[in-house]
Design a protein around this ligand. Structure first.
Ligand SMILES: Cc1cc2nc3c(=O)[nH]c(=O)nc-3n(C[C@H](O)[C@H](O)[C@H](O)COP(=O)(O)OP(=O)(O)OC[C@H]3O[C@@H](n4cnc5c(N)ncnc54)[C@H](O)[C@@H]3O)c2cc1C
Length: 237
């Protein structure tokens, strides 16, 4: 883990509720794809956010923060970042955290499963896999409540088009009549598409209640617990 001071370069909306934050650390940052950082609000108040950028980008860190009035955890974090940005102050971060980073030393196909802003976690791994020209099949499922939350739809379609082994599957829980893709819960779409999850390494991020359900449903669908990775496991039973 590295403790660093970082400038808040920009905060820009991705949707009504999700914001992209660019941080510029005052020294080069080292992390693995799929790790997270903690934004230090106080000595005992540290908030976890996945790093959306690739490890090769050592001079800037991208975060996606889903903040609404109902979510004080994220809203207070965003206010902290805004205040630092407006007053030309740095924020303190602890980078390179987590145990659910991408494992590259095997040949198993990969499922990246993201619910909502869990996208950030999966995006770092997807971009890293493209950068190293990974030859393993990679299925990237991104589940959102409404179509309007698919803020990186075109970017991920381009990612999938860039490599014959990559596939991007967006899943909308409450679709409009014009939506022609997968619908419902994102992990149900995975189970509809794939007969057995036994061969896969599975990386996932999303709400804690979602991750508990997905773990149990996926194991019933053949997934091997040791090949499933989620930092949320540390926070749930
Ligand atoms: C290590 C760590 C890193 C984190 N990183 C971030 C981050 O980078 N950004 C951030 O904003 N927050 C982060 N958080 C906080 C938390 O993970 C997010 O608040 C959460 O992922 C937000 O989900 P959402 O509201 O966007 O999903 P929603 O919009 O509520 O849901 C999106 C989709 O998830 C699926 N889903 C949701 N609930 C269920 C369910 N009960 N059963 C089955 N499927 C379900 C559905 O497919 C749904 O359409 C992090 C937390 C930890 C511990």
């Amino acid at each position: 883990m590295q403790t660093l001071h970082a400038d808040v370069v920009s905060i820009s909306p991705l949707t009504e509720f999700v914001h992209k934050v660019i941080l510029k650390p005052q020294q080069p940052v080292t992390f693995e794809a799929g790790q997270y950082l903690q934004l230090v609000l106080g000595e005992k108040d540290k908030r976890a956010f996945s790093i959306a950028s690739r490890p090769s980008q050592t001079d800037a860190l991208e975060l996606h923060i889903g903040a609404s009035v109902a979510d004080s955890y994220a809203m207070q974090s965003l206010e902290h970042l805004r205040s630092a940005h407006n007053n030309n102050q740095t924020v303190t971060i602890e980078a390179g955290l987590g145990v659910s980073q991408l494992r590259l030393q095997c040949e198993r196909p990969i499922i990246l499963l993201a619910g909502g802003t869990g996208f950030s976690y999966a995006k770092s791994m997807a971009d890293h896999l493209a950068e190293i020209n990974c030859q393993r099949p990679v299925l990237f499922y991104w589940g959102v409540k409404e179509e309007s939350a698919l803020y990186a739809h075109s970017e991920m379609k381009a990612w999938a088009d860039s490599h014959k082994h990559f596939e991007f599957i967006p899943v909308v829980e409450n679709p409009t009549d014009s939506w022609t893709g997968h619908t419902g819960y994102v992990h149900k779409a995975v189970m509809d598409d794939i007969i057995s999850l036994e061969p896969y390494d599975i990386y996932m991020a999303g709400r804690f209640d979602m991750i508990g359900i997905v773990r149990d449903d996926f194991i019933s669908h053949g997934a091997i617990r040791e090949n499933m990775y989620a930092d949320a496991f540390a926070f749930i039973k």
